[in-house]
Design a protein around this ligand. Structure first.
Ligand code: COS
Length: 387
């Protein structure tokens, strides 16, 4: 593993940093307060290539690699994690699976629209009664008698970008007797008949990223909009999540870095008992532990990105690297944001400063795209070979 960044990786990092600091950071608190979806920023990020970082230029993307994607996510999330959530769904959960399993027509139609930021994408796996146990989904897709389309009846919950998405990758059961091998992936066009949205969820954090339930009733999906083969859906869902978890690890690193940097500034300036609070041993210990966890989280995230790039080239899986990065980075972000609030005292609890937002935003990284408990289960299963 080479720690030097390539010229392209440095370019996307600096483009993401400039946009994040100049266009996102100044409005992040307002979007957090209102919960409004930052559509115009997302479209501008699409123009900069940030909505399809790993998507080849032939499909409207930036044609970069996973390290470039992780570096950009860190920069965006250090300014605002909610923007980062939208970026990660478009990049990881939507484009990744289509690039790997989609037909040429599907890539031209769906990847291009999302990678350029013209449209928003979403990924629908979770259901009201099945989150961690994803294979227990109840949504059904039945092939029509003439074999031209599937009729889908589905209810999906916690769909990130659901309120604004034009296209959704959705998973439904095609063979109820086959368990995980009876699930199939479909491309859904939200403007078609049979699709509807429920209420937008009021959330603790990442408030500007819109989330809702969706429902499909008698939705007709042409066979050419099936993604992959019948019965391949669970593997598609899981391998897409492996990639997605690298993005969430990067998001956690971005939030943790912002919380850490705000704390460094504060401990130098804030005085108590006649000296900067950073001179007290109890603060010093916190700063040292925050820095160590932040750097370790970033290194694990870069290793996971690198492992995915090797797998993209040579085949194989990168589940252990993705899950260890996601587990450690998300728990570190929560811990670092917690210490940041504590060190800021009353100011850490106030909306006058961004640390309370970092604290609320950090929590989701331990929950979505697989809870910490699921990451531990995945890592242990892959390491021991036991279930
Ligand atoms: N890549 C490719 N294939 C995978 C895979 C992966 N990462 N993980 C599992 N599979 C395959 C398995 O190899 C198995 O295939 P075979 O039937 O050919 O043997 C199949 O999928 C079923 O796997 P498994 O038996 O491990 O499935 P489980 O039902 O036990 O569930 C967990 C596995 C719990 C790991 C999975 O359901 C999971 O990740 N849950 C969390 C879901 C999640 O992150 N939700 C958040 C939604 S997005 S916000």
């Amino acid at each position: 593993m080479n720690f030097d960044l390539t010229e392209e990786q440095q370019m996307i990092q600096s483009a993401a940093r400039d946009f994040a600091q100049n266009e996102i950071a100044p409005v992040a608190a307002d979007f957090d307060q209102s919960g409004e979806f930052p559509l115009s920023n997302i479209q501008k990020m699409g123009e900069l290539g940030l909505m399809g970082i790993e998507v080849p230029e032939a499909y409207g993307g930036a044609g970069l690699d996973t390290i470039g994607y992780a570096l950009a996510m860190i920069e965006i999330c250090a300014a605002d994690a909610a923007h980062g959530t939208i970026v990660s769904v478009n990049n990881s959960l939507f484009c990744n699976g289509l690039l790997k399993y989609g037909t040429e027509e599907q890539k031209q139609k769906y990847v291009r629209a999302i990678a350029t930021g013209e449209e928003i994408g979403a990924y629908a796996l979770t259901e009201p009664q099945s989150g961690s146990d994803a294979a227990a989904m109840r949504s059904r897709a039945t092939l029509s008698e003439d074999g031209s389309h599937y009729v889908i009846n589905a209810k999906k919950s916690w769909i990130t970008s659901g309120p604004v998405a034009k296209y959704i990758v959705l998973f439904a059961v095609t063979d109820p007797d086959a368990g995980a091998r009876g699930i199939t992936a479909f491309m859904i066009d939200t403007t078609k008949a049979g699709f509807s949205r429920g209420k937008t969820e009021p959330k603790l954090g990442i408030r500007a990223s819109a989330t809702c339930e969706i429902e499909l009733e008698g939705y007709q999906c042409p066979v050419e909009d099936r993604l992959g083969e019948e019965g391949q859906g669970f593997k598609i869902a899981m391998s897409v999540l492996d990639a997605g978890r690298i993005g969430i690890a990067a998001q956690a690193v971005g939030i943790a870095r912002a919380a850490y940097e705000a704390t460094l500034e504060y401990v130098r300036e804030r005085k108590a008992f006649g000296q900067p609070i950073g001179s007290f041993q109890m603060t010093q210990a916190k700063i040292a532990d925050m820095k160590t966890k932040l750097d370790a989280a970033q290194l694990l995230t870069m290793r996971a990105a690198w492992a995915k790039m090797q797998a993209d080239k040579n085949g194989g899986r990168f589940g252990v690297e993705a899950s260890t990065a996601k587990l450690f980075a998300s728990e570190s972000a929560m811990w670092i944001a917690h210490q940041a609030v504590q060190i800021h005292g009353g100011m850490g609890y106030s909306k006058e400063m961004p640390v309370e937002r970092y604290f609320r935003d950090a929590k989701i990284t331990e929950i979505y795209e697989g809870t910490s408990e699921i990451q531990r289960m995945v890592i242990s299963r892959l390491e021991t070979g036991l279930r």
